[in-house]
Design a protein around this ligand. Structure first.
Ligand SMILES: NC(=O)c1ccc[n+]([C@@H]2O[C@H](COP(=O)([O-])OP(=O)(O)OC[C@H]3O[C@@H](n4cnc5c(N)ncnc54)[C@H](OP(=O)(O)O)[C@@H]3O)[C@@H](O)[C@H]2O)c1
Length: 355
């Protein structure tokens, strides 16, 4: 017996989407339980989890399909602490879809909970961008960063001289999307839910930004002020009223990259769009996209490009790291409502502190 005890964050009950009960998510929606870490079987690998990712899509989708007895499935960066498999050695660091828990046992197939082989996700110190924290594997150099890149470059097709507007600009995607649009020579405008966040996105190089909660004459008026030449590309993280306002301010041929609609995730009564007819008049293109369709094929080139921008000092980024599994439920609720710190919400576990 190894006598190790795992601690897992599980759901207390399955949210009932029909009742709009996502709006009732609270720290009590989660339960922390303990369970012995099993002995490793042939070919198995024991991971000590270092960084757990907290993402809005979990509230919108994955809690509805999550098994209640298991740790909530999430992207995780982990270190190998015991291995019966020649392909992963003690000390190797990998990321994958593991769980909100201290330890994860990988099966002999080395597949994560979604069935992806984790071997391509081993972080190679020789190619990992210099000085980039390992937590970036679930933020800047992981899914959120790639989503921002695909939304601006492949979906939005942002061109030099165009105006790009990004909602939830201080979030993990918004931070990166705005800076990538700046790299492409665009005029970049963002919105966020506090004055501190507005200052933060301006410090990242956004040309203009506003607090959508306090703008005196509404979001459309704020967009007309801050986007004097109209909007050519909209990177939509929030949907609802903001998306409706964009229809009125966009230019002919505008491209709308529909990435997320967080304003609806916790609402029992989703906003009904009233201005969509403008998509006809402005011959706009609205494209929803899901990053799984671009992953993993675009990831190596993205990491290489982002690594170069980091080395050249062209990208600034920060995670909002919270320490300890016990603080995860509150951090998740705060992340959804915008009350957490600036940047990507990541839980650091004790293993993360080890050299
Ligand atoms: N399509 C894909 O494949 C894909 C992949 C990843 C993420 N996403 C989506 O992309 C969006 C951004 O994700 P992210 O990880 O960068 O998280 P995020 O933007 O940081 O999301 C959390 C933030 O959303 C803002 N927010 C909450 N309620 C809002 C409302 N009613 N109206 C406007 N803003 C609101 C809050 O910031 P404020 O304080 O500024 O309000 C909060 O901090 C999310 O909708 C997510 O689901 C999509």
């Amino acid at each position: 017996m190894n006598n190790m005890i795992n601690r897992l964050v599980t759901l207390s009950a399955r949210p009932d989407q029909n009742a709009g009960s996502h709006s009732q998510l609270s720290p009590d929606s989660f339960k922390i339980i303990e369970r012995p870490v099993p002995e490793l079987g042939p070919g198995e690998v024991l991971l000590a989890n270092m960084y757990l990712s907290l993402d809005p899509y979990m509230a919108a989708y994955s809690f509805s399909v999550q098994a209640l007895q298991d740790a909530v499935e999430a992207r995780v960066v982990a270190r190998v602490v015991a291995s019966d498999n020649a392909d992963l050695a003690v000390g190797d660091v990998v990321w994958g879809f593991f769980g909100w828990e201290l330890y994860t046992v990988l099966p002999a197939t080395l597949q994560d909970h979604k069935g992806y082989d984790v071997r391509p996700n081993r972080i190679d110190p020789a190619t990992w961008p210099k000085d980039a924290p390992l937590s970036y594997a679930v933020s800047l150099l992981g899914m959120p960063g790639l989503t921002a890149y695909v939304g601006i470059v492949d979906i939005g097709k942002a061109q030099a001289g165009e105006t790009v507007y990004i909602s939830s600009a201080a979030g993990p995607l918004g931070q990166v999307a705005g800076q990538i649009a700046k790299q492409r020579g665009c005029y970049v405008v963002g919105s966020a839910g506090s004055d501190d966040k507005v200052d933060f996105v301006l410090s990242l190089g956004y040309d203009a930004a506003f607090n959508y909660k306090t703008t005196p004459d509404g979001i459309q008026a704020a967009l007309e002020t801050h986007c004097p030449k109209g909007i050519d590309v909209y990177f939509d993280n929030v949907g609802g009223e903001t998306l409706d306002a964009v229809f009125m301010v966009m230019n002919k041929g505008a491209r709308l990259a529909l990435c997320g609609m967080i304003s609806t995730y916790q609402s029992d009564d989703p906003y009904r769009l009233g201005n969509m007819f403008m998509a006809v008049r402005k011959t706009a293109t609205m494209t929803g996209f899901v990053i799984y369709d671009h992953f993993p094929q675009k990831m190596p080139a993205y990491i290489s490009q982002m690594g170069q921008w980091l080395a050249e000092g062209k990208i600034r980024y920060q995670d909002a790291t919270v320490e300890g599994l016990d603080n995860l439920p509150e951090a998740f609720i705060a992340m959804l409502s915008g009350q957490h710190g600036l940047g990507k919400c990541v839980i650091a576990l004790p293993e993360a502190a080890k050299p």
